[in-house]
Design a protein around this ligand. Sequence first.
Ligand SMILES: C[S@@+](CC[C@H](N)C(=O)[O-])C[C@H]1O[C@@H](n2cnc3c(N)ncnc32)[C@H](O)[C@@H]1O
Length: 280
Amino acid sequence: MISDPHVRPGEIARHYDLASLFYRLLWGPHIHHGLWLTGRESPGEAQEQLTRELARQARIARGERVLDVGCGLGGSALWLAAHRQCHVLGVTLSGVQRWWAALLARTKGLSRRVQFRRINAEEMDFPAGSWDVVWSIECTEHLFDKAAFFRRAAGWLRPGGRLAICAWLAGPEPLDAQQTELVRQVCRAFLCPSLATAEEYLGWFRQAGLVRARFEDWTPQVVRTWELCRRRTQRLPLRRVAGAVDRRMGQFLDHFETIHRAYTTGAMQYGCLLAEKPAA
Ligand SMILES: C[S@@+](CC[C@H](N)C(=O)[O-])C[C@H]1O[C@@H](n2cnc3c(N)ncnc32)[C@H](O)[C@@H]1O
């Protein structure tokens, strides 16, 4: 695991409060990578495809209860409610995101099935067996104690429940000095206290008592995301506006090249990580 001791908890919430408008402009309602399977998908289709593929791999059934950890603007939660009729609770650190996601749920007529709360996932708790699925796309990078989070999440799952995660990962060990430095730069610019390897995630799942832990490497199918982001920031005056709003936001846009290099040099990977709670 590669860590950055400079990331502070309050900064993450502040970043998402300020940056949600930029995310909406750059990415739309899903704030995560796209998954290109044919190469012909539009960026929006590729993002929806990533959500759909995670739902397929996690075998999400109609009407299941899903906890969406780090729900952003509600992209996944609303998709699961609309396409799988799931009952979803989305949690985010950002009050702005919570407000926006709830508004989207109302406009789409989904508020009976989807709710959003502003909660720190590292402090929240639920009774044992509350959820069929604990789902999280690109949030666990921001958690300070990932092992403790997965121990608690395993307790919230009902027997036979599933954990479905997509995450930015440190590449498989050993990384050389240059690769390690690239991952450190990504941690700093994107406010990740640490990036862990796929092996470390699978180890935490097993230590939490989960079974059938597995990882799929989606790096080649998602890397195009950063080529598109670079192009969009060059075309639109986003960099100037972002830098004026917040120094951190400017830094974030400046590092699209860094993350692209990290993926293409093996310093980082991206993938889905799945596990199940043993049936009773
Ligand atoms: C990159 S965005 C992903 C959003 C969403 N999952 C999606 O795919 O569209 C990261 C999200 O994680 C949330 N997050 C980060 N740390 C968190 C924490 N400790 N508790 C709850 N949410 C957190 C942020 O507020 C943000 O919504």
